[in-house]
Ligand binder design. Structure first.
Ligand code: G16
Length: 543
């Protein structure tokens, strides 16, 4: 195999000797200055994956919720899903190969995957608004060019928009037109079709305040706004004109801090939502008349959407199975509500949409959401066909209307990956159709008070977990200590896991009161610090 051009161009994207990185929860992520060689090599890998699958492969340059100084890269597989797990190892090996090993590692991947280098390839590239993203996406492009592949640079796009165009390109446009404009057209049409089924449609314009996290989501939702007129009026805050990306704003900040972002003007009772840095997550919130903040996170979104879909399924009387997939972070109250009140089977997957996505594919209708607001709904081919048939057949008016609504949801939801804009439109349509205020939605169940903390340790890999990350198996003694601490509180639960996107260990705790959740989270953080090699200052109590 002749890889002369690859090695020649690699000299412009040299790997710092000794630096090792791992393909984590959502690709590679670290300080932007360490990523040039990784980007070049992910350009190479995307071409190989494209030749292997004979499909367009996506490369998104983003570090999503991480601070602005970080960056990262996510690879997108043919149907718009995350890179298949078996290739994550190739990605890690390629990223970590020293310069003199590059040719061997590449040749090994080609051999192992039996890739024919004669097959045509095409890579779709996108990037977020970070200052480092443009140059890093040029490094990806160099990798693509080195292997003489076709490509299309989509420039500034949200992560879900790139997933969408990749899926469209590989399905001959059946999923939609493979452009950002095509995405706006498809979603806005489905949104209008859905809300127009309400007898009150056109009665009043709905307003929604959006915190754009000073990122790409703000840019794109602004572009989309005109398509949503006159039904939805968007008031955009943190639009990137002055603030820093994800700084004191965005979905992750709001969820973890349990408070509104800075820079948003919130009036009591007003519905607000926050996107994250690449617009693949969304959380809703409002403040009540007593100025109390209420968060409606991924669990509440999953509950709203699955209740709505289940109601329609009952009406159309189709025997389609529906399941909800959550992670260990799901609030205990949400799981109990879904299982006991909604009577929907609930499954727990490891953190990372790739894990939830796979589990959700096992159902006719799989609703998956992480508590952090990352999620979507998957409809199997059978489900889509059965629903579509009912919209055409001579079924009763009521059945046809319910089937039509389901079909609108299928068109509105981005089935390739969690998508803040698409999820927002689904939520807005459901609230409208059900005549629900954000307060009423919030009242579906009451969250158990909870707290998330981070602990810095010298090597987060010393922590190993099992049971969908709900228990640790390493380091010795940590799980026993967590069990002992949990026993001292009512309705308590806690777990720890190494983050796959930041160099930290994450700690989660819930209990009957906020004080107890905070105290438990702090005590567990101390246990992590002592038993897993904490660095820096001891974790401090929250109050
Ligand atoms: C990514 C993943 C999510 C995950 C989050 C946090 O989100 O796509 O599935 O929940 O990271 O992961 P961790 O706790 O391992 O750091 P995003 O929005 O940052 O791409």
């Amino acid at each position: 195999m002749h890889l002369e051009a690859v090695l020649r161009l690699s000299a412009h994207h040299c790997k710092p000797a000794g630096l090792t990185l791992q393909y984590g929860t959502a690709g590679f992520r670290t300080k932007a200055e360490h990523l040039d060689h990784v980007m070049y090599r992910m350009g190479l890998l995307a071409v190989l994956r494209s030749k292997k699958t004979k499909s367009v492969i996506g490369v998104m340059v983003t570090a999503s919720h991480n601070p602005e100084e970080d960056n990262g890269v996510k690879l997108v597989d043919p149907m718009g899903e995350m890179l298949v797990q078996e290739w994550e190892l190739h990605a890690t090996n390629l990223a970590n190969a020293e310069e003199h090993e590059l040719q061997t590692v590449l040749t090994n991947i080609i051999k192992q995957e039996a890739i024919s280098m004669q097959v045509e390839s095409c890579v779709a590239i996108g990037r977020d608004t970070r200052p480092s993203s443009e140059n890093l996406s040029l490094a990806v492009l160099d990798g693509v060019i080195a292997l003489e592949s076709k490509y299309q640079d989509y420039g500034l796009v949200t992560t879900p928009q790139l997933h969408y165009v990749v899926c469209c390109r590989n399905t001959d446009g059946r999923y939609g037109e493979p452009t950002v404009e095509g995405y706006y057209q498809k979603l806005s049409q489905a949104f209008k079709d859905l809300v127009e089924q309400s007898p009150d449609c056109g009665a009043e314009q709905r307003c929604l305040s959006i915190d754009g996290a000073n990122g790409i989501g703000a840019l794109k939702v602004k572009e989309m706004e005109e398509h949503l007129q006159p039904i939805l009026l968007l008031q955009l805050f943190n639009d990137g004109s002055k603030g820093k990306l994800n700084h004191a704003c965005g979905a992750d900040y709001v969820k973890v801090q349990q408070k509104p972002p800075e820079g948003i003007d919130m009036k009591p009772g007003e519905r607000c939502c926050s996107f994250d840095g690449d617009a693949d997550r969304i959380v809703y919130y409002y403040k009540d008349c007593d100025d109390r903040f209420h968060l409606l996170d991924g669990d509440k979104i999953a509950t709203l959407i699955s209740t709505f879909i289940k109601g329609l399924l009952v009406k159309v009387d189709l025997k389609l199975n529906m399941g909800v997939v959550q992670t260990a972070y799901a609030n205990g109250s949400s799981t109990r509500y879904l299982e006991n009140i909604m009577k929907v089977p609930v499954y727990c997957a490891k953190t990372g949409v790739k894990h939830l996505h796979h589990k959700a594919q096992e159902f006719d209708i799989g609703v998956y959401f992480e508590a952090n607001g990352h999620g979507t709904v998957l409809f199997s081919k059978t489900a889509e066909e059965q629903i579509r048939q009912l919209t055409n057949m001579g079924a009763s008016e009521e059945i046809r209307k319910a089937a039509q609504m389901l079909e609108n949801v299928i068109n509105l939801i981005n089935q390739t990956v969690g998508d803040a804009i698409s999820d927002m439109l689904v939520i807005e349509a459901i609230l409208f159709l059900k005549n629900l205020t954000v307060q009423k939605w919030d009242e579906m169940y009451t969250d158990l008070p909870n707290r998330q903390l981070k602990v810095t340790v010298s090597d987060r890999k010393v922590i190993d977990t099992t049971d969908a990350e709900r228990r640790t198996v390493k380091p010795p003694g940590l799980q026993e200590k967590i069990d002992e601490l949990v026993k001292s509180y009512n309705l308590a639960r806690s777990f720890v896991r190494p983050s796959g996107t930041e160099d930290v260990v994450r700690v989660y705790a819930e209990a009957d009161t906020q004080e107890n959740a905070d105290a438990l989270a702090h005590a567990v953080s101390l246990a992590v610090y002592h038993l897993a090699g904490g660095v820096g200052d001891l974790p401090r109590p929250l109050r």
